[in-house]
Ligand binder design. Structure first.
Ligand SMILES: Nc1ncnc2c1ncn2[C@@H]1O[C@H](COP(=O)(O)OP(=O)(O)OP(=O)(O)O)[C@@H](O)[C@H]1O
Length: 262
């Protein structure tokens, strides 16, 4: 599915909204093939950082390099085409079956044109079959195999979040950005999704960057953690190092402590 896993090098990124500095000269290095968690209290700048990585926000200055390719001047679709796929904090799909949603994710891999598909020309029919087959494989890998033909709005919340993950995988990415992949899930769904993310990383050699408030999951799953607070990077290291960091403990006073296991 993937070429070698890519690394990500973010340097000196600053983003301002009117007077507010949402990211203040942030550095972040994500090693190829690792799972890297971005954590911090509410409003710390995590989503803004994801928006910069995926091309939604252009930073005031700074650099984001995916295996040496500068991303800050590229549009989101160009960044996606380089192999970076993203899920969002809130579920965005509302209609159609799991298969429909995953086939939307396969769109960029389809070579048959609209006319050939509409006219059901043999090469287009073959191509459609192959896309459907790949979408089904991805559904199975993400635990959605039995729901492939189920309308998404009939699925429990946890499975709908997994459709987001599966749809991102349909882009055949090398790097996955997951924005709160287990938010709103119950304990069983969270554990299952964490297991799936770990398996997908190993199986496809993906590099994964995730934003997550569930510290139990972050501590179990991440190889490295970067901590933001008020738009600044205040700490980074292994989960064990970050847990002991006095700045991190201070930042989390009054917010869920990173010691907590959810
Ligand atoms: N489009 C915007 N316009 C103005 N301010 C914004 C915008 N997006 C984010 N902000 C502000 O930038 C800061 C960082 O927000 P961001 O959403 O990146 O934080 P976060 O760490 O993802 O928070 P949460 O954990 O609550 O999702 C906050 O003060 C937020 O209010």
């Amino acid at each position: 599915m993937t070429a070698a896993a890519p690394g990500l090098r973010v340097r000196d990124i600053t983003v301002r909204f009117a007077g507010l500095v949402a990211l203040d000269s942030v550095d972040l290095t994500v090693e190829p093939g690792s799972i890297h968690a971005l954590i911090g209290p509410n409003g710390a700048g995590k989503s803004t950082c994801f928006n910069v990585l995926s091309g939604i926000h252009r930073p005031e200055h700074g650099s984001v390099r995916l295996d040496g390719t500068e991303l800050t001047s590229l549009a989101p679709h160009r960044i996606a085409a380089l192999g970076m796929a993203r899920t969002f904090q809130n579920i965005v799909m509302t209609s159609g079956t799991v298969a429909d949603n995953l086939l939307l994710g396969r769109h960029g891999h389809s070579r048959a044109g609209f006319a050939a598909t509409a006219l059901r020309l043999p090469h287009a029919v073959r191509e459609q079959r192959a896309q459907l087959e790949r979408a089904r494989e991805i559904a199975e890998l993400t635990g959605l195999g039995t729901h492939f033909r189920t309308p998404v709005d009939l699925l429990p919340y946890g499975d709908r979040k997994r459709v987001e993950l599966a749809r991102a995988l349909c882009l055949e990415p090398r790097m996955l950005l997951l924005d709160e992949p287990v938010a709103g899930m119950n304990a069983a769904e969270r554990a299952r999704t964490a297991g799936t993310i770990g398996e997908l990383r190993t199986r496809f050699g993906l590099t994964v960057v995730l934003v997550e408030h569930d510290m139990g999951l972050v501590m179990r799953l991440a190889d490295e953690v970067t901590v933001l607070d008020f738009g600044r990077r205040i700490a980074g290291g292994t989960p064990a190092q970050v847990r002991q960091d006095p700045e991190v403990r201070r930042a989390y006073l009054g917010a869920p402590s990173p010691q907590e296991s959810a």
